[in-house]
Design a protein around this ligand. Structure first.
Ligand code: 0O2
Length: 200
């Protein structure tokens, strides 16, 4: 077994992750065939590492137990969907919400309401009722959907979290915020130009 902290439950987490990835890959192919355009650029996924899960439980003042990792924190399974355009993000959100076996638990639109540091992304926590040979097991997972530009920004910004004693932190934070705002403007501009090209 890969993850000792999750014990046998790793099977459920990996099962849910694989199931959702399969659906997303089917959506990709379907859209390509029927719309001549796939709104998803790429998909990544991960099971939260034991270290990162324990750190999160501690940060949220939750007991460091398997039970809280599976039921109090919702991103043991994390899936990221990267799109070219902002409209694609919302198209995917709508598509995901149409699955009858997915229940929305939590939803945050950090694109319409960016975080103070400039972070933009659409987050949804779903509960999937995983059917394992007739036994129904609920599994939570978090999907983050964002544009390529938002993803580029957040990958760089994320490094601040893990790097200690950063020199010029104040300037970096300010510059990152400026870049986030520039990126947001350009995402809107790119979307507008695309619509003009498409004659919409
Ligand atoms: P890691 O290391 O990426 O896994 P809450 O609703 O606030 O109680 P939560 O889960 O903190 O619970 O909510 P939220 O805001 O949906 O954040 C979940 C994840 O989004 C984070 O996971 C990050 O991956 C990402 N995220 C949120 N805010 C930021 C940000 O300001 N910058 C970047 N780069 N990523 C962010 P983790 O577990 O915190 O971290």
């Amino acid at each position: 077994m890969k993850e000792t902290f999750y014990k046998d439950s790793i099977v459920l987490l990996e099962g849910a992750m694989n199931e959702i990835i399969t659906r997303l890959n089917t959506i990709k192919k379907y859209k390509e065939v029927h719309n001549n355009r796939d709104p998803i650029e790429y998909i990544s996924s991960r099971i939260k590492s034991e270290e990162s899960m324990k750190e999160k439980l501690e940060r949220k003042n939750l007991p460091i137990t398997l039970e809280s990792a599976l039921t109090k924190v919702y991103d043991a399974v994390g899936i990221r969907i990267i799109c070219s355009y902002i409209d694609d993000v919302y198209e995917i959100v709508d598509m995901l919400k149409k699955y009858n076996d997915l229940k929305v638990i939590k939803e945050k639109d950090y694109i319409k309401n960016p975080k103070e540091n400039g972070y933009r992304s659409y987050h949804i926590v779903f509960q999937l009722l995983l059917d394992i040979a007739g036994e129904i097991k609920p599994v939570f997972f978090e999907i983050q959907i964002r544009t390529i530009a938002m993803d580029f920004w957040s990958n760089l910004e994320h490094q601040i979290k893990y790097k200690k004693d950063i020199k010029n932190q104040e300037i970096i934070v300010k510059e990152l915020k400026r870049c986030a705002d520039d990126i947001a403007t350009n995402d809107v501009n790119m979307q507008t130009i695309r619509k003009m090209i498409m004659g919409k």
